[in-house]
Write a protein that binds this ligand. Sequence first.
Ligand code: NAD
Length: 376
Amino acid sequence: MAPDGSRLDSRPDPGVDAGDHLAAAPHAQLGELPPEEVLQIAKPESGLRCIIAIDSTARGAALGGCRLLPYGSDREALLDALRLARAMSMKNALADLPFGGGQAVLCRPAGRFDRSELFSAFGRALASVGGGHVATADAGTTARDMRAVQRQTTSAGATPRHRAGDHSSQTAFGVFIAIEEGLQRVKRRLRGATIAVQGLGAAGMSLCERLRDSGARLVVADLDRARALEAAARFDARIVEPGRILAEPCDVLAPCALGDVLDADSVANIRAAIVCGTAANQLADAQAGDALHALGVLYLPDYLVNVGGAISAARACLEQGSAADVVQEVALIGQRVNELLERSGSRAPVRAADDWAREKLATAVGRDGAGAPARR
Ligand code: NAD
């Protein structure tokens, strides 16, 4: 047992079985391997309650996001961490990054809390368990939060560029490149295209900016009305209610909020030619990907297109490459979209992407130490 918590894989709580959750995790099933390590950490004095899921270090240290969300239960947080950690393994492998996959999720404390202390406590916890997880800002967290983590541990990408940089703009850039490729496939142009963006946080807002600069028309929604109003003012975007954005008629639907938005119900109402956004785990299950394909909607898998931030964080951690090199590497997402569509044939692209990621991960197994320093 770690000093700060418990390892769920070695000390299973009867109510919280990581293996069962992973097996049940829709779409993220590569099937073969359970996560390497799952830690549940609680520090009541700072309000910290978090899960750190290390899915795979076969390619190197686990690189992944750090979320802060008001989870309804520990089980919900655990399932989110497991699915996101697995998606990170797939994403980093597909982008040929020398990193494995992991994810940290923090349960947002009810009421007022000291944000800096919360993330400092998370940093100390991360350091005390070996620090093999590289955490980057994700839903509900910011670069400033990651700096608080960084002050306690070197595992949060502790380089000057990481401190100064905002990886979400590279996430948005990669998705932008994928949207351009997707539109070419369906013989549409970005200039004048209508793009519906769900979620206007760090990644969604940055995507809006790029799309608008390229002449796209934006339709936007966010649960936070102030963000929607900001997008309307900055990008001349039309605001729709959050409950209507997925069914908005458009060329591209860009989910940039949370996961599970594409399920049997929502897919049936989608009126977009392409679905391509930053949000992780957009498909509630694999069947939703098949259903989109059957309807003739081109779904570009999230873990293929939203890797820009991970590329930026990885290069910062390794102190490799200039900012221009990072941009070039992120732009390779366009080539990978094309390769995926070649590989897909008549199958749903997400099925082909799953297979492709599985191949990459399989070849990485046994190469421990070949990539970024693995844990401990
Ligand atoms: P964020 O917390 O900055 O923003 C999320 C936004 O979505 C918030 O404004 C929130 O109000 C809004 N939102 C939540 N639920 C919504 C709903 N049902 N309808 C409309 N709006 C809703 O998060 P972010 O960093 O921009 O990340 C967004 C998504 O992209 C997440 O799924 C994240 O995992 C994924 N992602 C982000 C990065 C990155 O670099 N930030 C990298 C890879 C993947």
